[in-house]
Design a protein around this ligand. Structure first.
Ligand code: NAI
Length: 281
């Protein structure tokens, strides 16, 4: 029986764990403390109950939750055959998690990196198994999004690519192949747009509603860039833009100070109840 470790029970980890469990996979969901894990299970229970109403499949919350166990600390994924890592978009945090996973997991365990922008080759290099490290950029909300970006690193083996592709197919995902490059396809474009939209608000050119209205009404986008920032997490947007800015050393990625201020003030978007908009909790 295959066991999948899901590290990080935030916005993405919750979606990845639910998607895996509802497609018949056994999951161990890992985070830093029990409270985060309890909240994550409650969110998965709520999302599976609401699945049909939101246009997804009818799901039995008990059946989905029965496939998910939890553990505190990355070493809790030691027995996993494949690990999908979804911790904070911060290099020091990710590096420490991979050092632990590499030490604790069996030699055949594949590590799947879910990141907005961090190059996969850089992650592979902190492990002794760069051939078994691969990137999958999941989209949010994970169970509802049909495609992902699949990113082999420099040393990723064809076997690792195939194992990951097979898992993605079993999860109901179409994989779009992308070469390893900071920000991949989606976030090279999306993060620039969201960062520039934040500058419009920061400079007082327009408020968030007006910026989003233009994208919805004129360009046919279902959500504007600042609603998207709230969905992704304002903190995650900031960290991703910082990764792009550092990597490309190009001023076009200069992070908007408003994103920094909002992150420091705890205005992280939907997950904290307030970002560019306010949400009922
Ligand atoms: P989040 O901030 O919602 O969740 C991150 C989770 O990682 C938190 O629960 C935190 O407690 C946990 N964590 C931090 N250090 C840990 C450690 N040492 N051990 C175990 N758990 C730890 O972040 P989110 O949005 O889920 O993002 C996760 C990753 O997915 C990031 O790399 C992000 O760039 C990427 N991503 C995010 C998307 C989004 O829409 N939010 C979309 C696609 C990728």
């Amino acid at each position: 029986m295959t066991l999948i470790g899901v590290i990080g029970a935030g916005v993405m980890g919750v979606g990845v764990a639910q998607n895996l469990a509802q497609t018949g996979h056994d999951v161990v969901l890992v985070d830093k403390d029990e409270r985060i894990l309890a909240d994550a299970l409650a969110t998965i229970a709520r999302n599976t109950r609401m699945s049909r109403l939101m246009g997804g499949p009818a799901l039995d919350p008990d059946e989905v939750l029965a496939r998910i166990s939890t553990a505190v600390g990355a070493a809790g994924a030691a027995k996993a055959d494949l690990v999908i890592e979804n911790v904070t978009e911060n290099w020091d945090v990710k590096r420490e998690v991979y050092e632990t996973l590499d030490r604790e997991c069996g030699p055949d365990t594949v590590f799947v990196v879910n990141t907005s922008a961090i190059p996969i080759t850089k992650v592979g290099a902190v492990t002794k198994r760069p051939d078994k490290v691969i990137g999958v950029h999941f989209m949010n909300p994970v169970p509802a999004k049909p495609a992902v970006e699949l990113i082999p690193g420099f040393h990723t083996s064809p076997e690792t690519v195939q194992r990951t592709r097979d898992l993605l197919t079993a999860m109901g995902k179409k994989a779009v192949d992308v070469k390893d490059s900071c920000g991949f396809i989606s976030n090279r474009v999306l993060m620039l747009t969201v960062n520039e939209a934040a500058y419009l608000v920061h400079e007082g050119v327009a408020d968030a509603e007006s910026v989003d209205e233009v994208f919805r009404s004129c360009f046919g986008h279902p959500m504007g860039p600042l609603e998207t920032a709230d969905l992704i997490g304002v903190d995650t947007i900031l960290y991703s833009v910082e990764v792009l800015y550092e990597h490309y050393a190009d001023s076009k990625y200069r992070p908007c100070p408003l994103l920094k201020q909002m992150t420091d003030a705890g205005l992280h978007g939907r997950k904290s109840g307030r970002g560019f908009y306010t949400y009922a909790q």
